[in-house]
Design a protein around this ligand. Structure first.
Ligand code: SF4
Length: 249
């Protein structure tokens, strides 16, 4: 553990003893059950490796014909498939390299994101950037997207019909990027990707296999939640280490 990472973690409010314990588990075969033991005192799901089938419908087939992120971005910018198109300032497609190893999936744009057209640019975004730096990585190395591409008014929760309408774009992003690991940030992202109604505390702490290519998928808390519940930052750090392990082995 270098000094720079310690400083970043201290700024995030993750104490040294938690970090040391985390690093002891990093690279250990038992890292998954160790993480599961910290999940809100809830029991882990019964199947530590779950295959998720991608939905196929007519609209997703049309979107699936697009062959690169730029074309897909243009489709999103013109999208009127749900009522959020009427209240948005602009769509927030996501950003990062097309060949990114990491794909981080949040919930939906907030006020700042809707103004700037970029994901995670507010306070939650700053915290996310800190967490990425603690992994000795940068935001620019990762693709960061949201489940919804348009802001729900007043930052309300996404509606099921909005999530359904927007899902084909995220599925196509995943197909084009083919990341080595995916991280679902928050309940809506996790439940949408896993087709689950389980609470986040039950979903985190394990590695899922997503889609036909069995991309490792890790679930963790949304950075905005951590701003309200800083005590859970250590859990997110464990989740990120678990994701990091999927790439480094
Ligand atoms: Fe289209 Fe998604 Fe925006 Fe709805 S949220 S208008 S489906 S891009």
């Amino acid at each position: 553990m270098d000094r720079n990472r310690n400083e970043i973690l201290n700024q995030m409010g993750i104490t040294q003893w938690v970090l040391r314990e985390t690093m002891d588990g990093f690279g250990d075969e038992k890292v998954t059950p160790a993480v599961s033991s910290l999940t809100d005192n809830t029991e882990p799901a019964k199947h530590p490796s779950t295959k998720v089938t991608l939905p196929e419908d007519e609209r997703s087939e049309i979107i699936d014909q697009q062959t690169d992120l730029n074309t897909l971005r243009a489709s999103v910018a013109a999208c009127t498939a749900c009522s959020l198109s009427q209240s948005r300032n602009q769509t927030v497609f996501g950003e990062g390299p097309e060949q990114a190893d990491w794909l981080l999936v949040g919930e939906a744009p907030g006020q700042q994101e809707d103004r700037q057209g970029r994901p995670f640019v507010g306070r939650a975004g700053q915290l996310l950037t800190q967490m990425i730096r603690a992994l000795d990585a940068t935001r620019e190395q990762m693709f960061i997207a949201n489940t919804l591409k348009c802001r729900p008014p007043g930052n309300r929760d996404p509606l099921p019909e909005e999530l359904r309408a927007c899902e084909p774009y995220l599925l196509k992003q995943i197909k084009l990027i083919q990341p080595k690991v995916m991280v679902a940030l928050g309940r809506f992202s996790a439940q949408a990707l896993l087709k689950s109604d389980q609470p986040l505390g039950r979903l985190r702490g394990q590695v899922y296999q997503y889609g036909p290519n069995k991309i490792p998928l890790i679930v963790t808390y949304h950075p905005a939640y951590l701003l309200r519940n800083p005590a859970d930052k250590a859990k997110v750090w464990l989740d990120l280490l678990l994701a990091h392990k999927q790439i480094t082995g």
